[in-house]
Design a protein around this ligand. Structure first.
Ligand code: 5GP
Ligand code: ZN
Length: 111
């Protein structure tokens, strides 16, 4: 999608600190980290939000979670929080599905 920030990051039009990449997804460090470890995992296909996951595209979500586990193992991170903000009230600012992975500090609940 031409006017999507994360599509531009995937295309290399906007620089990012890459953590991982394969044919299906891309992972990169958040520009405004909220924990010592804070990276985002995004599908390469433009899906606007969690609310647009369907039986046709849900395999990429499962793949994103497999990648999160793989990255965390490689980083030696054993405890982490995965966050998805879906919609404006939940705090979604970029309308391209992304999973935040935060680690390296105590987390509070409720968030
Ligand atoms: P949201 O608020 O939509 O759940 O999360 C969007 C995230 O994208 C935020 O944590 C924000 O810091 C991050 N972000 C926004 N613009 C950029 C950017 O240009 N580069 C990177 N690496 N992260 C970004
Ligand atoms: Zn996009």
């Amino acid at each position: 999608m031409s006017d999507c920030l994360f599509c531009k990051i995937i295309a290399g039009e906007i620089p990012s600190s890459k953590v991982y990449e394969d044919d299906v997804c891309y992972a990169f460090n958040d520009i405004d980290p909220q924990a010592p470890t804070h990276f985002l995992v995004i599908p390469k296909a433009h899906i606007a939000s969690c609310g647009e996951i369907t039986p046709e595209n849900s395999a990429v979500v499962a793949h994103c979670f497999e990648v999160i586990v793989k990255i965390c193992k490689e980083l030696g991170v054993e405890s982490y929080r995965i966050v998805n903000n879906c919609g404006d009230q939940a705090g979604q600012t970029v309308k391209h599905l992304h999973f935040h992975v935060l680690a390296g500090r105590d987390m509070t609940w409720p968030p």
